[in-house]
Design a binder for this molecule. Structure first.
Ligand code: MN
Ligand code: MN
Length: 284
């Protein structure tokens, strides 16, 4: 782990930490606009923008001790990244702490989930269903995140929301295997509260892992992503989901921030969502 820039307010020692942040500067399966390997540090930089006090929660972030252990190595082949991330998350979870991964591309999410107990439910935010069994010959491609996560926790325990794009093959597979998803159009039509309720009821698990592909949010708010897709949900919708999960959070990642395409706004949203998750772990 080598890094000097830390996520704002990550002042806890590892021993006292409730949550542990780490970065995975990995984007080798990127298929369009690469550069999310630079995401972790862009998100860290953006995190210094915010107040320590959380107005709506009436709580300070100092009430949630968390550490930032820096970035993993850059890794070569996807299998090395998956093994490395699995080991890192296994270590964090083994000490009773909550892992928060900064991507990197969405290929990091299955590696995180695979280190968790199989009885977690997984909620995702993503424009894409990521349900391909392999993409460009790689089963751990960013385009396969929901599929690999399903392999670990079971297809019934995974729901991605904000979806507005999948292939014909993914359509056939999701219908055959019974994958539930929430489309961006459904969020727009019924409201985020109903959508989150449906997603949580579908996974039917107490502990929730949250994987946020930042492209689930509309490109107007989060333009700097690997595969931008119009007609997305809002940052406030994602905040609502995070607040609803609250201290049921078993782990989280935020991925696909590709800073070369940013004027800072995508990294700002990502950093703020991480802080929103952290404050939800507070108990006072
Ligand atoms: Mn994705
Ligand atoms: Mn996506």
């Amino acid at each position: 782990m080598v890094n000097t820039l830390l996520f704002a307010d990550a002042t806890s020692s590892l021993d006292g930490a409730v949550a542990v942040i780490f970065g995975v500067p990995y984007d080798r399966t990127s298929s369009f606009r690469s550069g999310s390997r630079l995401g972790p540090n862009a998100i860290r930089q953006a995190s210094w923008n915010f107040e320590q006090h959380f107005m709506e929660h009436n709580r300070d972030i100092s009430s949630v001790p968390f550490a930032d252990i820096g970035n993993t190595e850059e890794f070569g082949p996807t299998e090395s990244m998956v093994k490395g991330v699995r080991r890192t998350v296994g270590d964090i979870v083994g000490h009773g702490r909550i892992p928060i991964a900064l991507g990197g591309e969405h290929s990091i999410a299955p590696a995180c989930v695979e280190a968790l107990p199989k009885d977690v439910g997984v909620l995702g935010i993503d424009a894409h269903l990521d349900f391909r069994n392999e993409f460009l010959g790689d089963r751990y491609s960013h385009a396969c995140s929901a599929r690999r996560i399903s392999d670990h926790v079971g297809v019934q325990r995974v729901v991605y929301s904000a979806v507005r794009s999948f292939s014909r093959e993914e359509r056939e597979d999701l219908e055959r295997l019974g994958l539930v998803y929430v489309s961006a159009m459904e969020v727009q039509r019924d409201g985020i509260a109903k959508a989150v309720d449906r997603a949580l009821k579908a996974v039917d698990r107490e502990r929730i892992y949250l994987t946020i592909d930042i492209d689930g949010i509309d490109p107007a708010y989060a333009p700097a992503v690997g595969n931008p897709e119009p007609f997305g949900i809002t940052p406030l919708d994602v905040k609502y989901l995070i607040n609803t999960i609250g201290d049921r959070l078993a782990g989280m990642d935020v991925n696909e921030v590709s800073p070369h395409y940013d004027h800072g706004q995508t990294a700002i949203v990502a950093a703020r969502l991480v802080r929103e998750a952290l404050i939800g772990l507070g108990t006072e």
